[in-house]
Design a protein around this ligand. Structure first.
Ligand SMILES: [Zn+2]
Length: 247
């Protein structure tokens, strides 16, 4: 190889390395807190039991706003959870059933993070795989109210992401993956989002079902430590509901 070509390649790699170092430093310098920005009172009120009630689908669709993708077969639960978050009315959120991944996870279309915040597309992925190791806690296994509760938890993540710049989201991702304390604080704080959005009973019913329903007893004996470390227990949620409603 000619000397000039070698020099160009060396400059190119040094340039790449420099860019990665600079971007990493900028990401690390971002200020990101694990806690949700919680309101000081319950914003919306829903009945403690939503199951078996008739809701007007057209009026719910109007309430939640355009640009919402609903998971097939779970439209009503999704619409009810979305209707608790008026702040997401203009935000693009797709709820999609997947064949892999965590039981539920809130994410974003990667490339949409590089456009304007208004054009971001958030994606709530809901594992619906056959014969999953998560059988018992997947969306399809949950009672209706628990479905609404966990979808409201996932939407709480979307509210949080939407307050962050792309660089702050990168720092959040880094912290979430590397700090168990940050992750626990963030998830427990996100469990309070349904409570403040009027779906406290629904997130309570979710937390109870994944711990104490017959179908999950064995799973909870095995994974209860993980669950209780990162998420509020049913008892803790009940205490928070009482505390928040007595404010
Ligand atoms: Zn979560």
């Amino acid at each position: 190889m000619k000397k000039e070509a070698k020099k160009t390649i060396r400059f190119f790699f040094l340039g790449m390395l420099g860019t990665v170092v600079i971007i990493s430093m900028i990401v690390l310098a971002q200020d990101v807190v694990a806690d949700q920005n919680l309101p000081d009172h319950v914003l919306v009120h829903f009945p403690d039991t939503l199951s078996g009630k008739n809701f007007n689908r057209d009026s719910l669709i109007y309430t939640v706003g355009p640009n919402k993708g609903l998971p097939e077969g779970y439209e009503e639960a999704a619409l009810l959870a979305l209707s608790a978050y008026p702040e997401l009315r203009t935000v693009k959120v797709n709820m999609v059933l997947t064949q892999s991944g965590a039981p539920m996870e809130s994410n974003f279309r990667f490339w949409s993070l590089f456009g304007s915040r208004a054009e971001r597309i958030y994606e709530i992925r809901l594992n619906d795989a056959d014969h999953s190791i998560f059988d018992g806690i997947l969306l399809r296994d949950l009672p209706f109210d628990a479905q609404v509760g966990i979808l409201a938890h996932e939407l709480g993540h979307v509210v949080y992401y939407h307050q962050l710049s792309t660089l702050q989201i990168a720092k959040w991702g880094l912290m979430y993956l590397t700090s168990l304390g940050f992750r626990a604080t963030h998830e427990k704080s996100t469990d309070l989002m349904p409570v403040y959005h009027g779906l406290g009973s629904q997130i309570y019913q979710y937390a109870w079902f994944v711990r104490h329903a017959d179908v999950n007893r064995e799973m909870y004996q095995k994974w209860g430590g993980f669950l209780d470390r990162f998420y509020l227990t049913d008892k803790e949620i009940m205490e928070e509901i009482k505390r928040i409603s007595s404010k």
